[in-house]
Design a protein around this ligand. Structure first.
Ligand SMILES: CC(C)C[C@H](NC(=O)CN)C(=O)O
Length: 453
């Protein structure tokens, strides 16, 4: 592998760029092979896009290192695709050339999730370099479409349940962040459904001076629809969508007491005057154990600098709903579609409405009594000398619940990323400290896990 490695823009958001995702997967596969791993680039099948077009999916890496039947087998999941990133978004450095500044490594994917994937490989390499036997058998599953909902992976896991996964004892994921500066073990993630709301009106974009006032504008319809989804307190306005949220128990509430989350510091990190909630516990619960709806963007609208006086002919609004137990993505999707159709009918619009839902990822919650958490807790103490915080995560690992349900194996999340790493944001980074100590944490985790067996 040449140094510096070539910049690979493995942004999975646009399917026309999945070639770069494949390049990234091939590079990762080559690296694992050089380390002595056996690698299969497994066929992930096809996927139908919202447009109706069927596309071939990039493969999934299934890899393993030498197996000793006396040892426990750990399967590590990660992804090497990333969210979109452009200099114009406001990055201080080229997002696709890793740049070190004052102990931080900046670049898209530095923390979500290329950095942690590499840290797992370094942990294996550290045993190899010191000629120490790795105390557990290692398997890897690395995909390239996590950031769009892990298309194809659900089926692949089902297909390989009795082969690749048959001898796996534990599944571990490091694809999320600590809540504070204290290392953490994560026991829950939110699910997600992503919606495209398309409004199509005239045949062409129209001159607003010539036609304005005589046309029901697609953008105005769309704004009315998007505006109907949330109130100013962040409450989702879709009837029945939050009905299945599990009630908070006293035991669960207590888990929030010890989290050293500083509300003032967090306001500074994100640059807001206040959050929608008043206390640390309420803010964390809003981010981790209650649903939320976010409006992400509008395709087709004029968004360049300067002014252009058109009535856009077709616009597509994009939003998603983060889901928690016991919400069910298909049920949420049905309710959202009914809501949008109902609101649209009140607009008496001649335009055409089309709603498409993608992702459909379930929330995940682990059993904290699971023995992996004991090993994780000990490994954190070994490396950092502190007790980990037990946290949940507001973002989504689409495949987490499927791993648990389909394989019946124990799943744990062991994050090494900092709370201020800026996943999906401008200037995403991982600190050298988290990267190196995180690598040590993974190596220690192999050891602590082997003691459970
Ligand atoms: C389905 C989502 C796009 C997945 C994505 N996952 C992560 O960010 C994990 N680090 C998310 O937006 O939650």
């Amino acid at each position: 592998i040449s140094y510096p490695p070539p910049a690979i823009k493995s942004d999975s958001g646009d399917h026309t760029k999945w070639g770069e995702v494949e390049t990234m997967l091939n590079m990762a596969a080559e690296r694992i092979k050089k380390m002595g791993g056996k690698v299969e680039l497994a066929d992930a099948g096809t996927h139908q896009l919202p447009s109706g077009e069927t596309v071939l999916l990039p493969p999934v890496i299934l890899a393993e290192f030498a197996k000793d039947p006396k040892k426990a087998t750990l399967c590590i999941y990660g992804h090497v695709d990333v969210q979109p990133a452009k200099m114009e978004d406001g990055w201080a450095t080229d997002p696709f050339n890793l740049t070190e500044i004052k102990g931080n490594l900046y670049g898209r994917g530095a923390t979500d999730n290329k950095g942690p994937v590499l840290a797992w490989l370094h942990a294996v390499e550290s045993y190899q370099a010191t000629k120490k036997e790795i105390p557990v058998n290692i398997k890897l599953i690395i995909e390239g479409l996590e950031e769009v909902g892990s298309y194809g992976l659900f089926k692949l896991i089902k297909k390989r349940r009795d082969s690749f996964f048959a001898d796996v004892d534990f599944i571990v994921i490091s694809d999320n962040v600590w809540a504070t500066t204290t290392p953490a073990l994560t026991y829950g993630t939110r699910g997600s459904s992503y919606f495209f709301v398309e409004i199509e009106g005239p045949k062409l974009d129209l001159h607003s001076g010539v036609y304005g006032g005589s046309i029901q504008e697609p953008m105005a319809d769309l704004i009315a629809l998007l505006g109907s989804l949330l109130d100013h307190t962040g409450k989702i306005q879709v009837v029945g969508v939050s009905d299945d949220v599990t009630p908070l128990t006293e035991d669960e509430r207590k888990l929030y007491d010890n989290i050293s989350f500083d509300l003032e510091e967090m306001k500074n990190v994100v640059g807001v005057k206040h959050f929608l909630q008043d206390t640390k516990e309420e803010v964390l619960m809003a981010r981790w154990r209650y649903p939320s709806l976010s409006i992400h963007g509008v395709e087709g609208a004029f968004s360049d600098p300067g002014s252009k006086t058109i009535i856009p002919r077709k616009v597509t609004g994009k939003f998603s709903i983060r889901q928690v137990p016991n919400m069910d993505p298909p049920d949420v999707e049905r309710k959202v579609k009914e809501h949008l159709e109902q609101v649209f009918s009140t607009l008496n619009s001649p335009n055409r409405l089309k709603v498409t839902a993608t992702v459909g990822a379930k929330p995940w919650v682990a059993n904290l009594q699971d023995s992996q958490y004991v090993a994780g807790q000990k490994a954190v103490k070994d490396v950092f000398g502190v007790e980990p915080e037990f946290i949940r995560e507001g973002s989504t690992i689409p495949i987490a619940q499927t791993f648990q349900e389909e394989t019946g194996k124990s799943v744990m999340m062991l994050p090494i990323s900092g709370h201020d790493d800026g996943e999906h944001s401008q200037n995403e980074k991982i600190s050298r400290y988290n990267y190196i100590e995180g690598t040590k944490l993974f190596a220690a985790y192999f050891y602590e896990l082997s003691l459970l067996h």
